[in-house]
Design a protein around this ligand. Structure first.
Ligand code: E4P
Length: 217
């Protein structure tokens, strides 16, 4: 299972990389705006900076919504660095664009996926990753984890190679449940990943070991 961090914050990306468990990064226009990254050149430079920090795939999302514009924008993004994955919205032109990039050997991530049917189309287009947003489904009283299970079953039925990238993760249990279901990747805020470290018995046990060691010396 791969761990991606879902942020455009360079400090957090460095911290995750330093932890030694990072496999990649996902960003989106909202996350870029949150970091105050504005203007085309700054945005492109920021993607390059992220690629310099991490070893794995870095999803860079297009803001175009027509096929021709997505191809132009996606090609420019892909030319920035060999770790860039072109992130495309789950709309008709996004699916067509995914097929185009697949044929060219450029990795893609189809985002804003909220149904099994959408995930099936992403796989048919040969997308490298499909991003079902489980937290946003939970937010509207719909079982996000059930969608991850449905996609896993469908992809396994036919041996689709598209990797399930569970997105919109809100907490540690989402990560654990995705691992049980067999999502290939989770993309998560750093806080949910580091949350996996925590257990009070670990802290109590370590404290006792260290105190006992001191007593014996
Ligand atoms: C995925 O690639 C998205 O960037 C992200 O996971 C969306 O998460 P949110 O619902 O917390 O905005």
């Amino acid at each position: 299972m791969k761990f991606f961090v879902d942020t455009a914050n360079l400090d957090q990306i460095e911290e995750a990389q330093d932890l030694g468990i990072l496999d990649g990064v996902t960003t989106n226009p909202s996350l870029m705006a949150k970091e105050g990254i504005k203007g085309k050149n700054n945005i492109l430079n920021h993607y390059k900076n992220i690629c310099e920090i991490v070893d794995g795939d870095v999803s860079a999302e297009v803001i175009s919504t027509t096929y021709e514009a997505m191809i132009k924008e996606g090609e420019e993004l892909a030319s920035l660095h060999n770790q860039i994955v072109v992130k495309l919205p789950m709309i008709k032109d996004g699916v067509k664009a995914a097929k185009y990039f697949t044929k060219k050997g450029i990795k893609t991530n189809i985002t804003l996926v909220f149904s099994a049917g959408q995930a099936l189309l992403a796989a048919k287009a040969g997308a490298t990753y499909v991003s079902p947003f489980l937290g946003r489904l939970d937010d509207i009283s719909t079982d996000g984890l059930n969608l991850i299970s449905e996609i896993r079953e469908i992809y396994d039925n036919f041996g689709f190679k598209t990797e399930i990238l569970a997105a919109s993760i809100r907490h540690t249990m989402h990560i654990i449940d995705c691992a049980k279901i067999g999502a290939d990747v989770i993309t998560s805020p750093l806080s949910s990943i580091t949350g996996l470290l925590k257990h009070p018995l670990t802290d109590i046990g370590l404290d006792k070991f260290l105190k006992d060691h001191q007593k014996g010396n």
